[in-house]
Ligand binder design. Structure first.
Ligand code: GLN
Length: 336
């Protein structure tokens, strides 16, 4: 080899080594980044406005967060922006009730079947005489709050906050503006609580139960918090960041079952058909999804579709789940 050929050869070898040494893009980060980029400019849906304070939230906010069961987090966008947890809180209040009374009592006192009706339906209560209201639609959710252990509203509230904080791994506050706004306009939920009481399916004073429920919906979180909370469910009830066993792993499968059948209200069947992951949405614009044994995802984007589910969050989670082959019903045939 001539000197110049040797030089060319060495250069080529150096370039090849550099290419090999460059870190491969992390598949989790790539999936999160890809979904965020794809829907960053999507402008569909509308903020919830039946709670006046929610109409004022910046519709452009968009954050995507994923936490694995070994506690690694992958984020993109507005993952620190705070918003009210709303119906996602129903997951953690159910967790508290399961811990106190067990799976059988939840089945008997609340019910776990999907109603197939919108989340604040009164028709569903009338049809079933207050029975079979799963804990993720308002009648069953207010009943679950009424059932939380504690002789007073304050004691019940303290337990609800504690379980949310254990799942999140940090102290959480209330969004006072959202709380006041919903408390001033929640006549429908008050009616639901009274009707449930009339059927003997509420386990505490209706006004106090509705107030504690409204507070729990106003807990202020960000997408990063919710991803840790979802990852705790993915990890059998052990918070992968704090290492604390928050709930018994036997209760996690019960919670995930209700998330799968009723997590996105009357669109839960469509969601499971398309994505396959247990999930829960809130009218604040958040959605969590759980890939059991793998990771939790949380996405925040306020504009909702007609069923009350965040448009961009649904799309982002669907894409991330597909990119990471996370659908547990998607059985891989042949070579892995
Ligand atoms: N606080 C809200 C309500 O009761 C929660 C509803 C939701 O997120 N779907 O109406």
């Amino acid at each position: 080899m001539t000197r110049s050929r040797i030089a060319a050869f060495l250069l080529a070898a150096a370039v090849a080594t550099a290419a090999v040494a460059a870190p491969a893009p992390n598949p989790y980060q790539a999936a999160v980044d890809g979904a965020w980029e794809r829907y960053r400019t999507l402008d569909e849906g509308k903020n919830a406005d039946y709670i006046p304070a929610l109409a004022k939230v910046d519709s452009k906010l968009f954050g995507v967060a994923l936490v694995t069961i070994d506690g690694k987090s992958f984020n993109k966008g507005d993952v620190e922006a705070r918003f009210s947890i709303q119906s996602i809180s129903k997951v953690f209040t159910l967790a508290s009730v399961l811990e106190t009374y067990g799976a059988q009592a939840v089945l008997e006192k609340l019910g776990v079947d999907a109603t197939g009706q919108v989340f604040n339906s009164i028709v569903a209560i009338e049809q079933m005489k207050g029975k079979e209201m799963n804990p993720f639609v308002n009648p069953g959710a207010i009943a679950a709050t009424s059932l939380v252990e504690g002789a007073t509203a304050e004691e019940k509230w303290a337990r609800i906050v504690a379980i949310h904080e254990a799942f999140a791994g940090r102290k959480l506050d209330i969004d006072e503006e959202v709380y006041r706004s919903e408390a001033a306009t929640n006549d429908r939920n008050q009616a639901i609580a009274k009707l449930m009481r009339a059927y003997g399916r509420l386990y505490f004073d209706p006004a106090a139960s509705t107030d504690v429920y409204t507070r729990q919906c106003s807990i202020s979180v960000n997408a990063s918090d919710l991803a840790v909370m979802a990852a705790t469910l993915a990890n059998g009830g052990r918070n992968p960041v704090t290492g604390k066993q928050v709930i018994a792993s036997a209760n996690v499968s019960r919670i995930l079952a209700v998330m799968a059948t009723a997590g996105l209200y009357d669109d839960s069947g469509i969601w499971l058909y398309e994505v396959g992951l247990p999930a829960k949405s809130g009218v604040g614009g958040g959605i969590i999804a759980v890939a059991p044994g793998r990771f939790g995802i949380a996405v925040f984007s306020p504009p909702l579709d007609a069923a009350g589910n965040s448009v961009r969050a649904q799309k982002a989670i669907r894409d991330i789940s597909a990119a990471l082959r996370a659908n547990p019903y998607d059985v891989k045939v042949g070579k892995p």
